[in-house]
Write a protein that binds this ligand. Structure first.
Ligand SMILES: *Cc1c(COP(=O)(O)O)cnc(C)c1O
Length: 225
């Protein structure tokens, strides 16, 4: 199947109300341009410099999402234009995003990344850590960020029951935190990738991040291995 055919297949598999983030990391600007011409506007990247370069090369009405672990010293590359940062995993990062957003006269939408997967290497807040952080209230001082919801990456496994249970935990946490600290605009649940997005949607995802099913396998090259 061609890139556009794969894209259309993925689009058709999404119910109304589920937003597609086309994860274009490692893929060239020309492929993004092809999808742009087919109507896709939201693209996700996980490296700030790569995101910045693609922003410079492509139409400026593309809505760029940062989906990967973000170091505080890299926020400046994307703060002038990024639409949504999915991967907020510390107060320190939130503070820097707030500061860089203010410098750019913007308000940046963010999601808290929740760690529910078995892999220790994955980043994000444990649910109890985030509960304690929000109760502490430091985040209330940040005037140039808007907390829009939660993001998670499930365990890499064929055990569907396990994946479903992780997604359900994050779904329930969204409702709990919305009621306790936020309002109806805390409504974004970013979960589901190529191998598990149908499960994520069944568990209430409002946003899925799909790369390989659209673009094909990624080749990181020898340097990145
Ligand atoms: C790469 C990536 C994706 C997309 O993964 P695919 O399996 O290619 O769909 C989604 N979310 C995050 C955080 C990623 O890093």
């Amino acid at each position: 199947m061609s890139l556009i055919e794969q894209y259309e297949t993925v689009k058709r598999s999404l119910p109304e109300g589920v937003t597609l983030v086309a994860v274009s990391k490692t893929h060239p600007a020309e492929m993004i341009r092809e999808l742009y011409d087919a109507g896709q506007r939201i693209f996700g990247e996980n490296r700030p410099q790569e995101l910045r370069e693609k922003y410079d090369q492509l139409p400026h009405d593309i809505r760029w999402h940062m989906i990967g672990h973000l170091q505080t010293n890299k926020v400046k590359y994307i703060a002038p234009f990024v639409e949504l940062i999915h991967s907020v995993d510390s107060d320190r990062l939130l503070a820097v995003i707030d500061k860089e957003a203010a410098k750019n006269n913007r308000t940046i939408d963010v999601l808290f990344e929740i760690h529910v997967a078995a892999e220790e290497t994955k980043s994000g807040w444990e649910p109890d850590e985030l509960r304690a952080y929000l109760a502490g209230g430091a985040w209330r001082a940040y005037t140039h960020i808007r907390c829009r919801g939660l993001m998670t990456v499930a365990t890499q496994t064929d055990d569907e029951a396990r994946i479903r249970s992780e997604f359900t935990t994050v779904h329930d946490l969204l409702a709990e935190l919305r009621d306790r600290y936020f309002d109806a605009t805390f409504d974004t649940l970013s979960m589901g990738m190529t191998h598990d997005y149908p499960i994520a949607i069944a568990c209430g995802a409002t946003m899925v991040r799909i790369g390989s099913k659209i673009f094909g396998a990624r080749n990181y090259g020898p340097a990145a291995q």
